[in-house]
Structure formats: C-alpha cells, structure tokens
Design a protein around this ligand. Structure first.
Ligand SMILES: [Ca+2]
Length: 279
C-alpha cells in the first residue's frame, strides 16, 4: 500500500507516456471544427463574455470597442482615430499669425466696416462721438457684471481708461473722436505702428477680461466682456468656440484673433465678427 504522502507526490509526477490522455490540439485539423470554434468565440463576445477571462460576465455594452479590445490582447492600444480627427470648429480655425505677417492693408470697404462696428461697440452712449466717458461706462459695466469690488474693480476701471488715453484720445485736442476720425486714425497706423499697438492693446484688454487673473478667459468671463461691450449672443458663442482650447481662451489665441480683426482684409475670416455682427 502506498502512503497518503506518496499518493500526493505521485499526483505531481509526470505519468508514463502510455498514461497520457488523448491530447487535444489547439489547432484543429478539421476546418469545420475551427469554424465552429470561431463562431462560438464571436458569439461569446457578442453576449459580453470574455473567454480569456474565465468566461466571467463583462458589463460592457454589447459589441463596444472597449469590450472587444479587452477581450483581444493583440488590440492593447486605444483607437485614437476619432481623437485625431479635427472637429468642424477646429477645421475652420485660422492658423495663428503675427501682426507683422499680414500683407499691406489697402483700406478696403470690408475692413472699414469692421472698424465702424468696433467703434459702435465702444461708443456706449450712442452719441456718435467716442469719449473717455464711454470707456468709463464699459469699465463700470464689466465691474458690475463680474461682481467685482476693491482693488480688482479699480484695476478693471483703470485698464479701460488707460486704453482710452493710450489708443483713442485725440492728440490734436477735443473731447472725443467721430467714427470717420477713428477710421482715418486706423488708416494712418495699420501698415505701421498698429502692428505693434494691437498686441499691447490686446494685452491690456485681456487684463480687464481676466477677472480671476489665471491668464485664461473662461466662458463666464467672456460673457461678461461681450455683454459690457454690447456684442450679441450668437457672435459671443461663435467666437468663444473658435478661440477656446480646453474650455478657456489663452492670451495668445485672443491676441491672434484681435490682430486678425484689426489688420486682415480677408472677408472669409471668422474673426471678422469678434465685435459682433458687422454694421
Ligand atoms: Ca480667468
């Protein structure tokens, strides 16, 4: 008689060749059998079973890409084809350009319409004469809509008044400028100093828009800016989608859009509506 220990040991010993069970090849010779196994495998996948995981039920949606990838170790890399495909909005985004890269401006009618549109947005009083009071009113409105107080409120008001003093105040005297004077001023500058000024002007405006100082314009901050300037909802949503990345607008994207608006004569540019529908 064999002791219990020897029986346990014999269980792990390799049996003689004659005692091998009938081996079953994983590659059946019969093609019908192979086809049957493939079908069974596919049906298991369709039902959400994963044969390589001991047939446990996987609660993935039936036939989802994820379930098939989990069940097939060869497909261990995620499918990035959809992620690489640009969205419709991404496809219409113009390539960022520096102000100096634009060709000389010929003062065309379309470009002048853009300027008159921006003039109307800034002329909050609607008097036809752009004055310091317009910029004070815009600053006050941005503070009110943003619920700002203290130093931050003073900073926003200060930026708007500085924009008036540095970029719009008539150097020849007088309390304000008309739309014609505004356009004439831009015609004198667009092929010269405006190429630098538009970046500095945009940086100042960005400071007033960025209420929490994180160097990005959130959707809410952009809403406050457009409401204070009288820019319509449709243009607001369209421009934000064009400029945003990861849900907010970075400074370089805003500066690029602003430069396009003030310098480009391209009628197909989507940034033509940065200050709302053209007048
Ligand atoms: Ca911000």
């Amino acid at each position: 008689l064999r002791s219990p220990q020897s029986r346990v040991r014999s269980h792990w010993l390799r049996p003689p060749p004659s005692e091998f069970p009938q081996s079953r090849s994983v590659f059946p010779k019969n093609p019908l059998q192979a086809s049957s196994r493939r079908n069974s495998h596919n049906q298991s996948l369709a039902r959400g079973f994963c044969p390589t995981l001991n047939s446990e039920r996987i609660n993935f949606p039936t036939q989802s890409r994820d379930s098939r990838r989990l069940c097939n170790p060869r497909q261990d890399r995620p499918d990035t084809r959809l992620e690489q495909r640009p969205s419709a909005v991404e496809a219409t985004k113009p390539k960022p350009r520096r102000p100096a890269d634009y060709p000389p401006n010929g003062f065309g009618d379309f470009w002048q319409r853009k300027l008159r549109t921006s003039f109307r947005r800034m002329n909050r009083s609607g008097s036809g004469l752009l004055t310091r009071d317009d910029f004070r009113a815009i600053g006050d409105e941005m503070v009110r809509l943003g619920g700002l107080s203290g130093q931050r409120a003073e900073d926003v008001r200060g930026v708007m008044l500085r924009i008036w003093d540095d970029y719009y105040r008539p150097r020849e005297g007088g309390s304000g400028i008309s739309a014609d004077q505004y356009v004439a001023q831009k015609c004198r500058m667009v092929n010269g100093p405006l190429r630098d000024d538009v970046t500095r002007y945009g940086q100042e405006l960005f400071k007033a828009m960025d209420h929490n100082g994180d160097e990005r314009i959130s959707r809410e901050e952009y809403r406050i800016f457009t409401e204070a300037w009288g820019i319509g909802d449709r243009a607001r949503d369209e421009m934000f989608e064009l400029m945003q990345r990861d849900g907010a607008v970075a400074k370089e994207d805003f500066l690029s859009a602003l430069a396009d608006f003030y310098i480009s004569e391209d009628e197909s540019s989507p940034y033509s509506r940065l200050f709302g529908d053209l007048c």
